[in-house]
Design a protein around this ligand. Structure first.
Ligand code: SF4
Length: 392
């Protein structure tokens, strides 16, 4: 593991807000605005409307996040734009790299001291960004570090988009060893339940997938939105007619266990959640991804593999098994490899495509929320994250 130098931070970012007790949304940022909003915003500043496109070209096309580096703008306009449209949203708290530089994780401190994290994962043929959609998470899955700390607040559209623009810039710099320099995929699998922050996540998806320079120009098919199964929001997503991949964090095929592992199952049961997911697949023609964290002696029994196989047989779905990355002191542990192999074998025998997720970033607390969770012990007393930790 390599601890990377932390990028210099804005002098007034963390400490000035350390005593703030109530989570508050951040100030408006350029990335919050759609095309019409950007034009209106620059016009309000007394600048010609064409500056909006210029700013989009810098931010989305060239991945320039600091207006001071947009040197084809007049100096006075740069200062004005920085103050009004580019308030610092994400302050790097820690940056870590492992897997010989192919995995890079950033822990961000937000304007109100909340902590979130993003991960960049490089492969020979692609670079994937994993981003957070909420600070913390209110879904309370007991095996998950983020779930243990509770929800601090939703992220704004710009706080989500700016993670992606930053990570695209890291990829473009060639810093991800052995990978192409262009960010190709974005997965909403960092901190938070994306569909619990529905309008902002969808708006962020639109910004990320809008053709450059209006957005980052990524293919919708290269975006994955995960959910624990908020059925009304899943049905709303069907109506959006997007082509994003839906990942359903199932983790158990039976209601008895899922009620415990994914408490929202007490509201929307396995059958109802799967129905919504299958309807999404039917509407989009996109195979859904069933995420299943394999937990020793909890959900890894052969009969559960068989039940899952029966539920998914003949459906446009594949299973992504996740070897659990246990949090320190947790009673939850990963399944032994022979148990994992038998689970895979039974699913495949049932005709269900199954893969085992690679375990990128283990050295750097790679499971969702673990870096932020480990940082909670050192954040200032009085921060929302610290409050959440103390309260549980
Ligand atoms: S597993 Fe996902 S949905 Fe559940 S608490 Fe963790 S971040 Fe939230």
């Amino acid at each position: 593991m390599t601890i990377l130098p932390v990028i210099p931070t804005s002098p007034d970012a963390p400490d000035a807000v350390a005593t703030r007790r109530r989570p508050a949304m951040p100030p408006r940022h350029f990335a919050d605005l759609d095309s019409a909003g950007r034009k209106a915003a620059v016009t309000e500043l007394g600048l010609p409307a064409f500056r909006a496109k210029q700013l989009s070209t810098h931010y989305y096309g060239r991945l320039v996040r600091d207006p001071e580096a947009m040197t084809d703008l007049p100096a006075a306009a740069r200062a004005q734009i920085a103050g009004d449209l580019f308030p610092p949203l994400l302050t790097p708290q820690r940056e870590l790299a492992c897997d010989d530089g192919a995995t890079r994780k950033t822990l961000w401190r937000l304007h109100d001291n909340a902590l979130v994290e993003s991960v960049l994962m490089g492969y020979p043929d692609r670079v994937t960004a994993c981003v957070s959609s909420q600070a913390g998470c209110g879904m309370a899955c007991p095996f998950c570090a983020t779930g243990q700390a509770g929800l601090t607040r939703n992220l704004s559209v710009a706080e989500i988009v700016d993670q992606v623009v930053y990570l695209a810039g890291v990829a473009a710099s060639g810093a991800v060893t052995g990978s192409p320099p262009r960010l190709s995929r974005v997965v909403f699998m960092g901190m938070g339940e994306p569909l619990a922050n529905y309008p902002r996540v969808i708006e962020a998806v639109r910004r990320i997938t809008a053709p450059a320079p209006e957005g980052l120009g990524l293919s919708q098919r290269h975006i994955t939105v995960s959910t624990v199964g908020l059925v009304p929001a899943m049905r709303r997503l069907i109506a959006e007619e997007l082509q994003v991949t839906l990942a359903l964090s199932l983790h158990a095929p039976d209601d008895d266990l899922r009620d415990e592992l994914v408490p929202v199952n007490q509201r929307w049961k396995v059958a109802e959640v799967l129905d919504a997911a299958f309807d999404y697949a039917a509407q989009t023609g996109r195979r859904i991804s069933i995420e299943y964290a394999l937990i020793r002696d909890v959900n890894d029994q052969p009969w559960r593999a068989d039940l899952l196989g029966r539920l998914l047989h003949g459906k446009l779905a594949h299973v992504n098994l996740i070897p659990l990355n246990p949090t320190p002191g947790s009673k939850w542990d990963a399944s032994p490899k022979p148990v994992e192999r038998e689970f895979v074998r039974r699913l495949r025998e049932a005709g269900v495509a199954t893969t085992v997720r690679d375990t990128r970033g283990r050295e750097i607390d790679g499971a969702c929320g673990q870096l932020a969770a480990s940082e909670l012990t050192t954040v200032d007393a009085g921060s929302p994250a610290a409050d959440a930790e103390v309260a549980r």
